[in-house]
Every structure is written in structure tokens, then in C-alpha cells.
Ligand binder design. Structure first.
Ligand SMILES: [Zn+2]
Length: 411
């Protein structure tokens, strides 16, 4: 039988350490050593074990459900324990072909609710389009900014992390917000590739994207929420009702996670990426303060590479809204735009078909803001494109074939 026993939970100043033993067939998916150590940039020294265990639990629950594992532990927060079945249901509804078994078995549950009223809020913040839009929506609440080191920037990329850390700290200082960074092994304690292989056939998703990254990120807020009496936690949405697909960060999951009397809000679900970019540029115009976005996951060093699909897409949204991307953290020369958009023209054939909705929205924004003769010549193809025809399943197959042939010729 697959089983995890949580042997010890310790909190020392700003750091929590969870030690566990694994038995059964699923052991191969847990990398050694079996410790999960999280470091906060601020003290969490009053946090009890029933709360300190939540970051680890949030990252192993989907594994326990899929591989029918039992998680045995001494004590867990009551709100969190009571919410598990509710956010599990979000996964069950998302992946009807899979069975979600497994459970956690605590000896005790403890109510850790704060009884004094708090209006404090916190927001996960990476500096990208989604999280900036969330920050703008809730700026009057002066949310605490939270960022994970270990999600999209590995521990090895110290230089990249320093840039991101300094960048978010400067935004926090500028807007007079608190900021906490959280160094976490969430992407280095599981055999992510092995788990991806296990689920990809049934779901089309890899482990991180399809199972771990919503609740796995949210759980890290729990110790901080407890110590600093935070009431509401925002996690920015990447999708809308219209282009929603199977992704572990979904309102049906995130909105149901609870701990220590707080609530989680999957924020901005009503806005498309184009809407968010427009909201950001309106904010910049209104406030007069320049703002650098950080959207790229491809480049080391925490800056925007201007060569990946995510960079290209954001540049296109900015241009569609009549903004200069170079004022938003994208650095390129005039003569480079044509090649960037040429690459994007190829890339759109390999994105998920649900992206077509966003491509339509961007095109409408362009039609609203430009006449055909006014639009930059490197964007004319997009302005005129028949999206349904260009991104039909047949054309997508054809482009796959072209890409493959090109690779073979290059070899
Ligand atoms: Zn990039």
C-alpha cells in the first residue's frame, strides 16, 4: 500500500522543515532526501505544526489521489482539512477519466482561526500580465506581495532570482507594499517527469501544469497567513470562462482551498489577456509611472527574451492596444520586430486550440485601434488573418509536418 508518514514538522524562525517516510510502489516518485524545507524572507516563528505542514500537503495531495496513497500525520488545520474534499472535487470534475482516491489521516485537527477581524490581503505576484492586473484591481487594499523562488526560477539561477527579487522589491517599495519571498523545493522533491508520463496519456497535460501548480503554490501562503493574520489571498487567473481548459489553477480548485480562517480568490477570471494588458496600460497612463512586465519563462536572468511565444504574444497585445512594448520591459530594435512576428506566425500553429479565442480578441482590438494602412507592416498578416481558417486542425497538422521536415533537413 502507498503510504507517507509525516515524521516531524519543525519551524525555526523563518524556515519550516518537514521530514517524512514513504513506503509502497509510489516511492519511486519521491526524490531523496525525504525532507521538504521552505524558507520565508520574514519570520514565521509562531506557526504551529498543523499549519506548517500545509505547503507540503498541498504538493503531495494530488499525488496521493492519483496513486491511491495514504498520508498519515499528527495534526492539521481544521479549515484546511475540511476544504480538501471541496478542492478535490474540482480535480474530479476536470479529469473524469481518472480516479481520485487516497486520503489524509490526521490524529487530530486544530482550529487555527484568528478571532480578531482582519482585512489584510496578499497576492501571489510574479510581475507578469496576470499578476499585475490582479495587483491593479486590489491596489487599494495594499496587498502583501508573495513570490516563490523554485517555481519558474530554479535554485541554480541565483543571478536570475536576484533580478526578480530586486524587481519585485522595487515594485513593493514603490507602491508601499509588504513583500515576502518564499524559497521552496516544490519542483525538486517529486519525479515530475515520471508523474507527467503517468498522466499525460489520459489528460494531455504534464504534472506541473495539470495537477500541481495551483494548489501547490497556494499552500505556501498558509504559514504567512497564520502569523500575519491575512484574510484574503489572491492568485491571478491565466484564463477566462471562454478559453478555460484543463489546468491545475482553476476557480473550481483554487477558490475552494481554505486555511486558518482565510479565503483564496482565483482573481481576474473575467478578463482576457488583452483586457489585462489594456488595464495595465491604462494604469500606467493614469499613474504616470513606467512599469516593466516580466512574462518570460525561457530566459535565464529573469528578463524578457523577446524570442519565445509568451514574449511575442504579450508584445502583440501591447501593440494591438497602441502601446510601445519597449516601455513595458521588452527590449528590441525596430528592425527586429518583423522577425519576431514572423516567428509568432509559425508558433500560433502549435498552441492549444483554446488559444484561438484570445487570438480573435487581439485581432478585434487591432481592428478597433488601426485602419489597415496604419498598422505596422510586420503585423499586417495578423490584421488580415482568417483565424479559423489559418488555425484549422488541417493547417495545424500541415505546420507540424513542415516543422518536422525543417528539423530533419537541418540535421
Ligand atoms: Zn521570452
Amino acid at each position: 500500500m502507498n503510504k507517507i508518514v509525516i515524521d516531524d514538522i519543525r519551524v525555526i524562525e523563518n524556515r519550516l522543515e518537514c521530514t517524512y517516510s514513504v513506503s509502497g510502489e509510489w516511492k519511486k516518485y519521491f526524490l531523496t532526501p525525504h525532507t521538504f524545507i521552505v524558507e520565508y524572507s520574514k519570520s514565521i516563528d509562531t506557526v504551529p505544526p498543523s499549519v506548517a505542514v500545509i505547503p507540503f500537503l498541498c504538493n503531495i495531495l494530488p499525488v496521493a489521489w492519483i496513486l491511491d496513497g495514504q498520508v498519515i500525520l499528527e495534526n492539521v488545520d481544521k479549515d484546511f482539512y475540511d476544504s480538501i474534499d471541496k478542492f478535490k472535487q474540482g480535480f474530479i470534475d476536470m479529469y473524469p477519466a481518472l480516479s481520485f482516491k487516497g486520503r489524509i489521516i490526521p490524529s487530530k485537527v486544530t482550529d487555527n482561526k484568528h478571532h480578531d477581524n482582519s482585512y489584510k490581503t496578499a497576492a501571489f505576484f510574479s510581475g507578469g500580465v496576470d499578476s499585475f492586473s490582479t495587483l491593479i484591481s486590489h491596489i487599494d487594499e495594499t496587498p502583501i506581495l508573495m513570490t516563490l523562488w523554485g517555481a519558474d526560477i530554479p535554485f541554480e539561477d541565483q543571478a536570475g532570482w536576484n533580478l526578480v527579487d530586486n524587481y519585485i522589491e522595487s515594485i513593493a517599495n514603490d507602491k508601499k507594499l509588504d513583500y515576502v519571498s518564499i524559497k521552496t523545493p516544490l519542483r525538486r522533491f517529486l519525479d515530475e517527469a515520471g508523474l507527467s508520463e503517468y498522466v499525460v496519456k489520459e489528460t494531455g497535460n504534464n504534472w506541473w501544469y495539470g495537477f500541481q501548480h495551483g494548489v501547490g503554490v497556494i499552500g505556501h501562503a498558509a504559514p504567512y497567513v497564520y502569523q500575519y493574520n491575512v484574510k484574503t489571498i489572491y492568485i491571478a487567473s491565466s484564463f477566462t470562462e471562454e478559453d478555460r481548459s484543463t489546468c491545475a489553477s482553476d476557480p473550481s480548485i483554487d477558490n475552494n482551498v481554505r486555511f486558518c480562517g482565510s479565503r483564496v480568490i482565483h482573481d481576474g477570471f473575467e478578463y482576457s489577456r488583452q483586457d489585462k494588458v489594456n488595464r495595465i496600460s491604462e494604469y500606467v497612463r493614469r499613474s504616470g509611472a513606467p512599469l516593466n512586465l516580466r512574462v518570460c519563462w525561457e530566459s535565464e536572468g529573469g528578463s524578457n527574451c523577446c524570442n519565445c511565444e509568451k514574449c511575442h504574444l504579450t508584445i502583440l497585445c501591447l501593440l494591438a492596444g497602441k502601446n510601445d512594448p519597449r516601455e513595458y520591459g521588452f527590449s528590441y530594435r525596430n528592425d527586429e520586430l518583423a522577425n519576431m512576428m514572423k516567428d509568432f506566425r509559425m508558433e500560433i500553429h502549435f498552441t492549444h486550440p483554446s488559444c484561438n479565442i484570445l487570438y480573435h480578441i487581439i485581432q478585434e482590438e487591432m481592428h478597433k485601434n488601426y485602419k489597415v494602412n496604419d498598422v505596422d507592416k510586420s503585423l499586417k498578416w495578423y490584421y488580415k488573418m482568417d483565424i479559423e481558417k489559418e488555425l484549422s486542425p488541417q493547417k495545424r497538422i500541415m505546420y507540424r509536418f513542415i516543422r518536422k521536415a525543417k528539423r530533419i533537413t537541418r540535421k
